[in-house]
Write a protein that binds this ligand. Structure first.
Ligand SMILES: Cc1ncc(COP(=O)(O)O)c(C=O)c1O
Length: 362
């Protein structure tokens, strides 16, 4: 049976590979001969444990994580990490450093402040509406950690290279660019990502944590707020979000076995980004909003020269099965999110539509 599928440019929850959805559908009544759906088996059963174990092995391989890293699955979204990070990782009497590159960083900063931590916002791009990644900053050498947002989903900016701060561990919100490119994990003490963009469905948050960071966790934190609880119990202190983890497993398998690994994934993402930014730079009907040197390969934000036409652009696009092009409600404009599961063909279709729309309305 064929289904109506659109070109999905949603920012999150976002496109998943159709073959994964078909696979999930196929296995839904009988997972691996269990006679049950993955939604129905015990999380303590071998069916689920095999999924969890293989997901962890593959995530570690994709992110090139050594034995010093743990992969954890939590609930509460990336937003929960905004408070769990300072709760678990802020050291007594030492500041926590943040770089503010947009709404998500701002929210992370607010949570650390609410907890009464000594927060130092050492750089911000708020002066130019978060259209760039600050390059000039000094990290206090006694900082507990330096927090960044590797990809700014709303403003369409992305760290191109990561800061190296020696002794100060890097913590990154990678919700919107995890598994999109190769990077060296060495400077990172912790990485977190809500799964619902590049890694799977909403409902699970990946946390990658270096073991030495776990020694910081104070024993008097509530059990469910401590990273150590998840690390010690392989994310199964209580019932984990089994279905979401199962889909994440399918996604990491797809990256490894179908795409051919992280380098190939990155090359595809670069190709899509190049296609669309090259087009944006070649004309003046549309205008990219992010500074060229800080552009995101995941979320392409743009405006129309005639802003009145933006709602028309978005609705005509949808009528042609190009969905999710409305910018975030806090900034307006347009945004095409071109995560891993968005094909080169979808991006080409979008560019074709943009050209046609410009021709008719220019
Ligand atoms: C970079 C980034 N951080 C955090 C969040 C919030 O994630 P969640 O809804 O999982 O709390 C988002 C969601 O869009 C995001 O893009």
């Amino acid at each position: 049976m064929t289904h109506h599928r659109i070109h999905n440019f949603n920012a999150g929850p976002a496109a998943l590979p159709a073959e994964i959805l078909q696979d999930v559908q196929q296995e839904l009544l009988d997972f691996k001969g269990s006679g049950m759906s993955i939604l129905e088996v015990s999380h303590r059963s071998r069916w689920f444990e095999d999924v969890l174990d293989d997901a962890i092995v593959r995530i570690k391989r994709l992110l090139q994580l050594g034995d010093q890293y743990e992969v954890l699955f939590l609930q509460g979204g990336a937003s929960m990490q905004f408070c769990l990070v300072p709760m678990n990782l802020a050291l007594e009497g030492k500041p926590v450093a943040y770089i503010n590159t947009g709404s998500w960083s701002t929210k992370a900063i607010k949570e650390a402040e609410n907890l009464g931590k000594d927060v130092r916002v050492i750089a911000s791009s708020q002066d130019r509406e978060f259209t760039y990644i600050p390059m000039d900053f000094q990290v206090p050498s006694d900082s507990s950690y330096l927090h960044i947002t590797s990809n700014n989903t709303i403003r369409g900016t992305q760290w191109q290279t990561f800061p190296q701060e020696g002794e100060v561990p890097l913590v990154s919100d990678m919700s919107s660019d995890i598994f999109s490119r190769v990077f060296d994990p060495a400077p990172f003490g912790l990485i977190y990502a809500g799964a619902q963009k590049n890694a799977g469905p909403a409902g699970v948050t990946l946390v990658v944590v270096r073991r030495d960071m776990l020694e910081r966790t104070r024993t008097n934190l509530p059990t469910m707020f401590k990273y150590t609880t998840y690390a010690e119990k392989k994310s199964m202190f209580n019932t984990p979000p089994c279905f979401a983890i199962y889909v994440v497993w399918k996604v990491v398998r797809w990256i490894e076995d179908k795409i051919g690994g992280m380098e190939k994934m990155q090359a595809l993402n670069e190709k899509k980004a190049r296609l669309i930014y090259d087009y944006l730079d070649s004309q003046d009907f549309y205008r990219g909003t992010a500074s060229p040197e800080s552009r995101s390969a995941m979320n392409v934000t743009f405006r129309l020269q005639k802003p009145d036409l933006e709602p028309v652009f978005i609705s005509e696009a949808l009528a042609q099965d190009l969905g999710g092009l409305k910018g975030h409600r806090s900034v307006g404009g347009c945004r095409a999110s071109i995560y891993n599961a968005v094909s080169v063909a979808s991006v080409e279709t979008l560019i074709q539509f943009m050209k046609e729309f410009a021709r008719k309305n220019g």
